[in-house]
Design a protein around this ligand. Structure first.
Ligand code: NI
Length: 159
């Protein structure tokens, strides 16, 4: 178990496209465990591998309050999306900020699990938002490029 350094906006790795994972190795297993530890440690609801400096198509998500339902998506692809939701979004790589982003309200994603077995996952609202946000990271896209209006500071709330 290890907490990795989270890269912040301005680090060029966050704007690069990640590569597909072709096999589950000890190194990838360790990366996934560390990503989960890092996400929970930072009180985030999702984290993508490029945020810890690794350009692999892996994301972890947990939108539950208790943080007891980790989701691991490897080589994820959105295969269905519908509806819209407009709301506040933040990112561990853009600390202390939040902004309004419109996303699909429902998505269905196809991915591989940690045993490299395919599965599908459906989500609405916060889970759908987290899936879309994290998949954007794999394309080198930060939510700040999709914000409507100004980014606002959340620093006071965090204190
Ligand atoms: Ni993010």
């Amino acid at each position: 178990m290890a907490i990795r350094n989270i890269r912040v906006e301005g680090d060029p790795i966050l704007n690069k496209k990640s590569r597909e994972v072709t096999e589950m190795t000890d190194r990838n297993r360790e990366l996934i465990e560390d990503m989960l530890d890092t996400m929970y440690d930072a009180n985030g609801v999702g984290l993508a591998a490029p945020q810890v400096g690794v350009l692999k198509r892996i994301v972890v998500i947990d939108v539950t309050e208790d943080g007891d339902s980790p989701i691991v998506l490897i080589n994820p692809e959105i295969i269905e999306k519908d509806g819209t939701q407009t709301g506040a979004e933040g990112c561990l790589s853009v600390p202390g900020k939040s902004g309004t982003v419109t996303r699909a309200n429902h998505v269905k994603v196809r991915a591989l699990n940690e045993d490299m077995q395919p599965f599908e996952l459906e989500g609405t609202e916060l889970l759908a938002r987290a899936i879309q946000h994290e998949l954007d990271h794999l394309e080198g896209v930060l939510y700040t490029s999709k914000v409507e209006g100004e980014l606002t500071s959340t620093e006071k709330e965090e204190e």
